[in-house]
Ligand binder design. Structure first.
Ligand SMILES: [Zn+2]
Length: 420
């Protein structure tokens, strides 16, 4: 019997309520209404165990519930999150991020009508993760959708290969690149050149229709961006206040799953006056943390039964090991591929490290200080890294990596990469 099981349902509900709606774990361990044991309060271990059990339950719950969704309009976007160690620490100590830590990207899709979060994924920012995310999105939608994303290139190929022509798809240009700037500064320790914030000029960057006939009035990513703003505030609050700041990727996924579960199924949305799940017609009642605790208990019971039968369950932690992470930014170990990033000209280009053309380009020591080289072991890692810096402008050297262009994987420069 773990300590968690000694807590009553109402106490565990209170802890989750505080976790998702108010405060972080350190603060929770100090509260009196969640108390237990001699010290009169649940230990951080207890709270983390509850987060693990409840988070895993939420991951499964969302996976099962969010199917055959009758949504028509979808907005998708991605935001970054630091897990565990921060990039600047890596830089200072010249070290490589441990597995399951580093910069990750949270991909999410929202239906702006019902406000329901349709699909989510956590990983890198490259083509492989875009494909996983878009394939998952497609699997969850019942009919033809209209999708809007930003102009991050990885979407184009993923949407083309997963949906084909069976989608109305448009992209918009992001108005500001604060996020990208933060990631770049985190990696390089170099302040990006100051650029006065331009007023949003839609006419300068008109939306691009890439497939079908999307309704112009629905071509926007405003809803997912404002969802991300709130999510960022909450993740920031978790980070400041508590150990819920995800020390591992799986804890980030668990916290996100709980957040999305609560948002989709429990919280009354102020605009639609009901829960997004009810508005979308997925569910006909409002969930409570007490209801949810029953699911957590059922899941725990099923796991105990499986263990009694000797069938060892795959632990979720194992997933962390499978995530390919970028190397630390200044990890000087040789890699076959080199990403050349120009902060000034705002593009990233992938070369073979042996490429003669690469040797001619100014390196980190250049006077301008705006050009950086990073070596990676695999092409995928190089691509992830390049997208981290310059989501809109990643190029592949045609001289040394011509074969990657010939694969026609949508990495070429300019034009629409979506195949019709
Ligand atoms: Zn090259």
């Amino acid at each position: 019997m773990s300590m968690v099981n000694q807590l009553s349902t109402s106490k565990r509900s209170a802890i989750l309520r505080d976790m998702m709606e108010r405060q972080g774990i350190n603060a929770l361990a100090r509260t009196k209404d969640g108390n237990t044991g001699q010290s009169g309060r649940p230990s951080q271990v207890t709270v983390l165990k509850l987060l693990a059990d409840a988070g895993d339950t939420a991951i499964d719950f969302l996976d099962q519930k969010m199917r055959d969704l009758p949504v028509r309009y979808v907005e998708a976007d991605e935001m970054f999150a630091f897990v565990g160690i921060r990039g600047l620490t890596l830089l200072k100590n010249q070290m490589r991020a441990p597995k399951g830590q580093g910069v990750f990207w949270i991909w999410m899709a929202i239906d702006p009508v019902s406000k329901v979060i349709v699909a989510w994924h956590v990983g890198g920012r490259g083509n492989a993760d875009a494909k996983t995310f878009i394939a998952d999105l497609k699997a969850r939608c019942a009919g033809r959708i209209q999708l809007t994303t930003d102009s991050h290139r990885a979407y184009f190929e993923a949407v083309g290969s997963e949906f084909g022509d069976d989608i109305d798809y448009a992209t918009v240009k992001k108005q500001d690149d604060n996020e990208q700037q933060l990631v770049v500064e985190e990696y390089t320790g170099v302040k990006m050149p100051y650029r006065p914030k331009k007023r949003a000029k839609r006419e300068m960057h008109p939306p691009v229709v890439r497939s079908g006939t999307p309704d112009e009035n629905r071509i926007t990513t405003n809803h997912i961006e404002s969802f991300f703003q709130k999510l960022r505030q909450n993740l920031g609050r978790f980070a400041r206040k508590s150990a819920l700041h995800s020390k591992t990727l799986i804890n980030l996924k668990r916290a996100l799953a709980l957040y999305i579960y609560h948002y989709n199924f429990q919280r009354i949305h102020t605009t639609i006056k009901t829960t997004p799940a009810m508005k979308a017609g997925i569910d006909d009642d409002i969930w409570t943390w007490d209801n949810f605790m029953d699911l957590v208990d059922e899941r725990a019971e099923a796991q105990r039964a499986a263990r009694r039968e000797g069938a060892m369950q795959m632990e979720r932690q194992a997933e962390d090991e499978n995530v390919i992470r970028l190397k630390g930014p200044r990890d000087e170990q040789p890699g076959e591929y080199t990403v050349m990033v120009s902060l000034h000209q705002k593009y990233a280009k992938i070369h073979r490290t042996s490429c003669a053309h690469l040797r001619d380009t100014p390196g980190r020591q250049s006077k301008r200080g705006d050009s950086h080289k990073f070596q990676c072991e695999t092409f995928d890692a190089a691509q992830n890294l390049a997208y981290d810096f310059m989501p809109d402008d990643v190029d592949v050297c045609k001289i040394c990596l011509g074969e990657y262009n010939r694969l026609d994987t949508g990495r070429g420069k300019g034009g629409s990469d979506l195949k019709h």
